[in-house]
Design a binder for this molecule. Structure first.
Ligand SMILES: NC(=O)c1ccc[n+]([C@@H]2O[C@H](COP(=O)([O-])OP(=O)(O)OC[C@H]3O[C@@H](n4cnc5c(N)ncnc54)[C@H](OP(=O)(O)O)[C@@H]3O)[C@@H](O)[C@H]2O)c1
Length: 443
């Protein structure tokens, strides 16, 4: 390393950096910049000079020492000063983050951001602005925290054809579902534990209702399939309706319930189309994603030539996320030094986005029925009437009542939900006690 450091050309102008936001991620970024200053200088080939940190409240106690003269509440003034080379945006949300990023690009700075919500809602505006300005826009930290997944999709797999991406991309929901699976806890009890341990926010809606995972699914699908996919294209269902009995049913089948971000490429009569969706699903315990416990994240990628790949690690937290931010910083700084731009948006494929009804999945359905002859045949007929083929049926007698557990083959989601609707109306059916999609099997 010493050799590297001594090879830094003397007299080269420092890279001038502004950081927007100094919360969980921003304070870890500032700390790492300080701790790793020498190595970063050696890796980039020029010192990195932090020239400003924008925050909302100047007097707040922070996890990191930021010299008072660097702190400012004037983020717009900071990014429009015209002498900033690189802006790291870790404020989050849509505004003012979007305006600040656009202003930074217009003023000649490259941008590194961790902002999944903004990229999923309006990434195209940001990419177009970066293209126009001839600057870089990098965002590795926006999906799955520390896990390198966007660069592999964008660069390492650029010569392959990705068919499917399955992600556990929200640590809060994975923690809750893991507790439900291992302790038999109900959703509310597991959520309370997650809140006590700091894995869930006081208002957990964005996590438990799947909004956070849907934004990440949009980013993953866009990169995997070279198509613009926005959060609005992603079907979303959270985990608040998952019951202890769903989790127990999965266990009986040798499966586990996970909240999955699923991105699939489908070849159709009108060309390739993309299905992007987030919902709870059963996956077999033999699938690599089933071993992802507690608040960890993982992304499982299936492609024609590489086959199956899994990327695993901490999906959130200040330091892990800052690791991804600083990785982007080094790349952007090197590009700047070499006067080149990194890879911009690749959206040439322009695949159609499929609705949930047009997507294919499998269902696991548990039905409480009269325990008498002919009921199983009636239920089986409802599946056949809706073009859904059954893979397995299990029946357990319980006196006057029986429980049927049916697992289908892959079928259109609209046909599967129509099947369940018609089963609900049958006289012999007391209750459809659990419906869960089944994912992770080869097509
Ligand atoms: N936390 C994670 O584990 C994680 C993981 C991956 C990605 N991310 C993403 O990283 C980003 C930041 O998340 P975070 O958890 O670090 O958020 P955070 O802890 O809430 O920090 C947000 C920071 O932005 C500042 N801020 C808010 N509004 C501002 C404004 N109008 N002008 C200037 N500064 C403003 C806040 O200032 P004050 O401190 O003065 O209030 C605070 O320092 C988000 O996009 C998030 O989705 C976070």
């Amino acid at each position: 390393m010493t050799g590297d450091r001594t090879s830094v050309p003397s007299g080269r102008r420092p890279l001038r950096l502004a950081v927007l936001g100094c919360g969980s991620v921003g304070s870890a970024v500032v700390r790492l910049l300080h701790q790793q200053a020498d190595d970063l200088t050696a890796r980039v080939g020029t010192p990195i000079e932090l020239v400003g940190v924008a925050v909302r409240r100047l007097d707040l106690r922070r996890d990191v020492d930021v010299p008072a003269h660097l702190l400012t509440t004037d983020a717009v003034g900071l990014v429009s000063s015209g002498d900033i080379d690189l802006v790291i945006e870790v404020i989050g949300g849509i505004e003012p983050a979007r305006t600040l990023i656009l202003t930074a690009l217009e003023n000649g700075a490259s941008v590194v951001t961790a902002n999944k919500a903004l990229l999923a809602e309006d990434g195209s505006t940001l990419f177009a602005a970066a293209e126009k300005a001839g600057r870089d826009l990098y965002y590795e930290a926006s999906v799955a925290g520390a896990i390198p997944i966007l660069r592999p999709l964008r660069e390492s797999l650029a010569g392959d054809k990705v068919r499917r991406v399955l992600g556990i991309v929200n640590g809060t929901t994975n923690f809750i579902l893991d507790r439900m699976d291992t302790l038999g806890a109900g959703f509310t009890e597991a959520l309370e534990e997650a809140q006590e341990l700091g894995y869930a926010e006081a208002d957990p809606t964005a996590d438990v209702e799947g909004f956070d995972a849907a934004a990440k699914a949009a980013i993953l699908a866009s990169l995997a399939f070279h198509t613009r996919v926005t959060a609005g294209d992603v079907y979303r269902e959270g985990i608040s309706e998952v019951t202890a009995s769903d989790v127990a049913s999965a266990r009986e089948m040798g499966s586990v319930v996970k909240l999955l971000a699923i991105c699939e490429l489908k070849e159709g009569p009108d060309g390739p189309a993309v299905s992007a969706r987030v919902h709870p699903a059963m996956i077999s315990r033999s699938h690599p994603l089933a071993s992802v416990r507690e608040a960890y994240n993982a992304v499982f990628v299936e492609s024609d030539a590489a086959g199956q790949l899994m990327f695993y690690g901490p999906g959130a937290g200040g330091a892990p996320t800052a690791s991804a931010v600083l990785g982007d910083l080094v790349t952007v700084a090197r590009n700047r030094r070499d006067d080149v731009r990194g890879v911009g948006e690749s959206a040439y494929a322009k695949c159609k986005a499929l609705s949930m009804g047009e997507s294919e999945t499998r269902y696991h359905v548990a039905i409480d029925v009269d325990d008498r002859a002919g009921v199983l045949a009636q239920v089986a007929l409802a599946f056949a009437d809706h073009n859904v083929s059954i893979q397995t049926v299990r029946q357990e007698g319980r006196g006057d009542e029986a429980k049927l557990v049916v697992v289908s083959h892959r079928a259109l989601d609209s046909d599967l939900s129509a099947t369940v609707e018609s089963i609900r109306k049958m006289e012999a059916v007391h209750d459809v006690s659990s419906i869960m999609r089944v994912e992770g099997e080869p097509e």
